[in-house]
Design a protein around this ligand. Structure first.
Ligand SMILES: C[S@@+](CC[C@H](N)C(=O)[O-])C[C@H]1O[C@@H](n2cnc3c(N)ncnc32)[C@H](O)[C@@H]1O
Length: 285
């Protein structure tokens, strides 16, 4: 692909624009603070996409997470962009060449599965003791993220994450299938996302029936699942600070995803909390 016109950009709703706005605000604060303290700060975008989208509401081109990170006043020392989709990554590469020539040398692009690439990037390029720090964006549409990536990020102690936890995909593909068909596969996508199959035990309650006590799945089981995921981020991945996730809904009030933020830094936590608070009741709640 030689020109930017060949890729049909994705159309995104306001709920995605809000997420990108949150990342933009946080990246601005993060880079400003770490610059003053002379840290080597890096940016890892695990599901980077093409760099820009079309707004469903206005029809205009709107930046994606990679561009908001490239646009900060104090650029990151290194940028890692990963996407499985070759055309999207190529589009992003062209944008960087054309619009950010000064940052080109700092950028590494990977047309690979982020589950394979991220652990290596963290291991080789983010060392707490060498004053390296990283902001890692895990912005997936579904459940394509393996738990070990999140755990690796948390235990590293120098990585902060934003994570898009897709309720819609989880509900549609896993919870319902499991409830309806009693799916037994241990290696399904949800179990990889969770790290094991213990999510299957969450959200059952006893109900008296003609035949005695029956186990039934609770309504809105995903609320419980998200709560447990938050606990896992603290206890298993060992993030010191995990913010109450922001629930994003569509115009019809249907829940779409939860945006998580986890960090080891109390200042980062406070900043992210302030940012999240501004988006409650604005598709988020
Ligand atoms: C929600 S979009 C990312 C949007 C981007 N963060 C933004 O704000 O512009 C998710 C992207 O993840 C990519 N993707 C899906 N599975 C992946 C995987 N296992 N590894 C890397 N990229 C993946 C898709 O091709 C898609 O471009």
């Amino acid at each position: 692909m030689d020109s930017l016109k060949e890729l049909e950009l994705e159309r995104i709703g306001n709920w995605s624009k809000i997420k990108i706005e949150i990342i933009k605000k946080y990246a601005k604060a993060y880079t400003t603070i770490l610059k003053k303290q002379e840290f080597k700060f890096k940016y890892i975008d695990a599901f980077s996409g093409a760099g820009e989208h079309i707004s469903k509401e206005t029809g205009e081109i709107t930046p994606g997470s990679p561009l908001v990170a490239l646009d900060v006043t104090y650029p990151f020392r290194e940028y890692y962009f990963i996407d499985l989709n070759y055309s999207k990554l190529k589009h992003l590469e062209i944008i960087i060449k054309e619009r950010y020539p000064k940052l080109e040398e700092r950028v590494k692009l990977f047309n690979r599965d982020c589950n394979e690439v991220i652990p290596k990037i963290i291991e080789e390029h983010v060392s707490y003791n060498k004053f390296e720090r990283a902001l890692c964006i895990l912005d997936l549409y579904g459940l394509q993220l393996n738990w070990n990536v999140v755990e690796k990020a948390g235990k590293n102690k120098a990585v902060e994450i934003f994570l898009n936890f897709s309720i819609m995909d989880m509900n549609r593909n896993y919870l319902r299938k499991y409830i309806e068909k009693k799916e037994s596969g241990e290696k399904n996508r949800m179990s990889k996302f969770w790290g094991n199959n213990s999510w299957k035990k969450i959200g059952w309650e006893d109900k008296q029936s003609l035949f005695g006590i029956e186990k039934i799945r609770q309504q809105k089981v995903w609320v419980k699942i998200v709560k447990e995921y938050k606990k896992k981020l603290k206890k298993v991945a060992q993030f010191d600070y995990v913010l109450e996730p922001l629930l994003m809904k569509n115009k019809n009030n249907a829940p779409l995803y939860y945006l998580f933020f986890a960090s080891h830094n109390p200042i980062g936590y406070k900043i992210a909390k302030d940012i999240f608070s501004k988006y409650k009741n604005n598709y988020g709640s």
